[in-house]
Ligand binder design. Structure first.
Ligand code: PAF
Length: 160
């Protein structure tokens, strides 16, 4: 398993991997068994498995939540190695956002109800980071926790 910390190193690690065989699991770290099963599924279905570990500032409404979000890179790497990841991408904020991302996605009602009602901007931030990560990894398949139903709806709308 290779751990890379910037976009250039990610792209070098992916250089010889056929694009149609790349499976991607985006995460914010603090990994648990749910993440592990996603990575194991990606392992079964792809030649190359990339996992990102990035605490995305643009999806936090509360800056204290961002500051206090658990960061456990060593434990995460141990889980990812056991689950069969090939490449772990742990970028800095500057790598993902060399300049502020001002894009505003229109999800209609989807991001205004349920969790979106109390966390304005949260799903827009998720879409910003997922679209940036997709541009960097260019996966053939991506894997998200199915319990995050609303997030999945937003991401589907973002890539549509
Ligand atoms: O579900 C998460 O962990 C995050 O929202 C995601 C998709 C990794 C984007 O930061």
């Amino acid at each position: 398993m290779k751990v890379v910390n910037n976009v250039a190193a990610l792209q070098a690690a992916l250089a010889n991997c056929p694009k149609e065989g790349v499976g991607f699991v985006p995460t914010m770290g603090a990994l648990h068994n749910g993440h592990r099963s996603l990575v194991e599924r990606a392992r079964r279905e792809n030649d190359t498995v990339v996992v990102s570990v990035f605490v995305n500032p643009t999806q936090f409404n509360d800056k204290n939540d961002l500051k206090n979000y658990p960061r456990t890179p060593e434990a995460d790497c141990a889980i990812l190695e056991a689950a069969g990841a090939d490449i772990v991408f742990m970028p800095t904020v500057e790598d993902i956002y060399p300049e502020p991302d001002t894009r505003v996605f229109d999800f209609g009602l989807v991001d205004k109800v349920m969790e979106g009602a109390t966390r304005p901007g949260h799903f827009n931030g998720v879409a910003q980071v997922v679209s940036r990560l997709f541009d960097m990894v260019k996966p053939a398949r991506a894997y998200f926790g199915e319990k995050d139903f609303q997030q999945i709806a937003v991401i589907k709308a973002m890539v549509a």
